[in-house]
Design a protein around this ligand. Structure first.
Ligand SMILES: [Zn+2]
Length: 270
């Protein structure tokens, strides 16, 4: 599933090719995504110039002067830049055409979605109630500590709650908790301010490293056969249950928490 680093890498990959370009066509081959692709997208977009590509949580925002196209990649979606004449695959559901190139959405499982927002996208129901960005200034130790004290959930559940902070998926939550030395099951109202400070730093470091790895694969986003990479090259605990902890050698424990695979070191993570 595309996580925040993959979405951010997609943003960085497509923006230089498309910002400042004008939409010349919209091709919807299949409206049936998680929610139907809005009818009339072509009427909104043809003739409009793309002003920027932004990201909020795992949504990409294609910003035009008259509104915003919100794209969510769901479970299996990817965006690529192709020559507009490139024949479409059966899973290529939508093209935004910019002259001789096109931004093409491929989504085999069709859990992704495309929305048109005429007003301020920050007020859109999908975005309005989201917590702060993990790499933004609003996500700091004081904020996380206050949020943790208001809840009595496992530390890992806290991190993965998009009302608390967006974009920390299961893999990155496991890795961040290991790096911070905090057991995934620790109750959130027992996290100290210092724990929260380490956790904020860990989340930032893990996501920043994943985005940096993605940065080396940017070419994939413009290659016609490219697909987004998943940045799993340097995982310390995720998927390594039973293996030796990279810090102390103790066998890592694998369990499930909220039905999600959870791995931790029983010695390093208290
Ligand atoms: Zn350990």
């Amino acid at each position: 599933m595309p996580e925040l680093p993959e979405v951010e890498t997609t943003r960085r990959g497509i923006a230089p090719h498309l910002v400042g370009q004008t939409v010349t066509g919209v091709v919807v081959r299949d409206h049936r995504l998680r929610w139907p692709v809005p009818r009339g997208l072509s009427g909104h977009l043809v003739g409009q110039t793309l002003q920027g590509v932004e990201r909020r949580a795992k949504y990409l925002l294609l910003c035009f002067s008259n509104g915003t196209v919100l794209v969510h990649l769901g479970m299996s979606g990817s965006l690529r830049i192709v020559r507009a004449a490139t024949p479409a695959d059966v899973h290529d559901h939508l093209d935004l055409v910019f002259g001789n190139q096109a931004l093409r959405l491929r989504d085999p499982r069709r859990f992704g979605s495309v929305h048109w927002v005429a007003g301020d996208p920050a007020h859109h129901p999908l975005l309005a109630r989201l917590g702060p960005e993990p790499l933004g200034d609003a996500f700091d130790a004081a904020y996380l500590h206050a949020a943790a004290r208001r809840r009595r959930v496992a530390a890992k559940t806290l991190l993965m709650d998009s009302h608390v902070v967006v974009g920390v998926g299961n893999i990155y939550a496991n890795e961040s908790l290991f790096r911070a030395g905090i057991r995934p099951t620790r109750r959130s109202d027992r996290l100290t301010r210092a724990d929260c400070a380490r956790l904020v730093q860990a989340v930032r470091a893990v996501l920043t490293a994943a985005i940096a790895v993605g940065g080396t694969t940017l070419r994939d986003f413009v290659r016609e056969d490219g697909s987004p990479g998943y940045f799993v090259s340097d995982l310390k605990v995720y998927g390594r249950g039973g293996e030796a902890c990279p810090a102390c050698g103790t066998a890592l424990k694998a369990t499930r928490l909220g039905q999600r695979a959870t791995v931790y070191c029983p010695k390093c993570q208290k």
